[in-house]
Design a protein around this ligand. Structure first.
Ligand SMILES: [Fe+2]
Ligand SMILES: [Fe+2]
Length: 299
């Protein structure tokens, strides 16, 4: 029997929705956005995400049917970091229907301007409310039942098209250290960020895709009693128990919308365990259903 205070979390990621119109600027011909556009239109990314609006709508129906209590979004809402694309997402997924936490992915910071203008943050403001140690936006912590959710930004607006690396950065890392040390109250601490610890194979990310300060972030998280690292960026869902690649378990939500990889995670946390169901899209029925389940002991 489920006790009254056990929340049902839904963790989704890497929606990569795009729009029929984009607000191009002259600078976009000289930054990463042109390469992202070529990737989308010529290199097949658009084809891989051709069902993204339909899949998102099906996920929203599933969230309602499953009575998800709290949504966790680990970034890459967009293909090219346009506000037009975020508008598509918010038209399909009413953010005010659920409490949630959201952090950006590298595509949401496709350009330095997108990052500086906080396009993602303005759309997701409702899901970025919480406890901070100063005026800086990241990291932040929010309480959901007896669980602490900690939002860390690991995406940066990179200059070069081939650079898909991430970084938490020294100043955010220091704030994370202080934030974690100051959290009061018992209960598990779930870190939500975009970048992974390892790939599904267990191997580290390649140099041009890795999080540069990963080891330092893991160290701060371990010292700050983080119970699990929840992320996206890799479009296939996978997980590792604690002690394999980090002192805590790792869960990748995968992409909710990429054709034939489409899935999201449903979690309940009880008795020091994260009980997860992977809910996968079935195009024949235009619905999500659970295809596998797993349990992880929290750190
Ligand atoms: Fe992605
Ligand atoms: Fe990503």
């Amino acid at each position: 029997m489920m006790s009254a205070n056990v929340l049902r979390f839904a963790h989704f990621s890497d929606m990569h929705l795009t729009s029929r119109r984009y607000s191009w600027r002259t600078e976009d011909w000289f930054n990463k956005r042109l390469a992202a556009w070529l990737n989308l239109t010529v290199a097949g990314r658009g084809y891989r995400f051709r069902h993204a609006p339909q899949t998102t709508a099906a996920m929203v129906r599933d969230l309602r049917q499953r009575r998800a209590d709290y949504l966790l979004f680990s970034g890459d809402a967009t293909a090219m970091g346009f506000d037009d694309e975020l508008e598509v997402l918010t038209s399909l997924l009413p953010l005010d229907e659920w409490p949630g936490i959201a952090v950006p992915g590298n595509h949401d910071y496709c350009t330095k301007t997108a990052q500086r203008e906080e396009i993602f943050e303005r759309r997701f403001a409702r899901w970025q409310q919480g406890q901070r140690i100063d005026a800086e936006r990241y990291p932040f912590a929010v309480r959901a039942g007896d669980v602490w959710l900690i939002g860390v930004n690991s995406a940066v607006g990179n200059r070069w098209p081939w650079d898909a690396t991430g970084r938490v950065g020294a100043s955010q890392l220091q704030r994370l250290r202080v934030l974690l040390a100051g959290l009061t109250g018992e209960g598990p601490r779930l870190l939500i960020t975009h970048y992974p610890v390892v790939r599904a194979s267990g191997r580290p990310e390649p140099f041009l895709r890795k999080m540069h300060d990963l080891d330092a972030v893991i160290e701060v998280c371990a010292a700050g009693r983080v119970s699990a690292w929840l992320h996206g960026h890799i479009h296939t869902a996978f997980h590792f128990p604690k002690g394999v690649h980090a002192p805590f378990p790792i869960v990748c939500a995968g992409s909710a919308t990429q054709t034939r990889r489409w899935s999201y995670g449903e979690y309940e946390i009880r008795d020091g365990l994260l009980r997860a169901g992977v809910r996968e899209y079935d195009p024949a029925g235009d619905l999500f259903r659970e295809t596998r389940a797993f349990e992880l002991e929290l750190a």
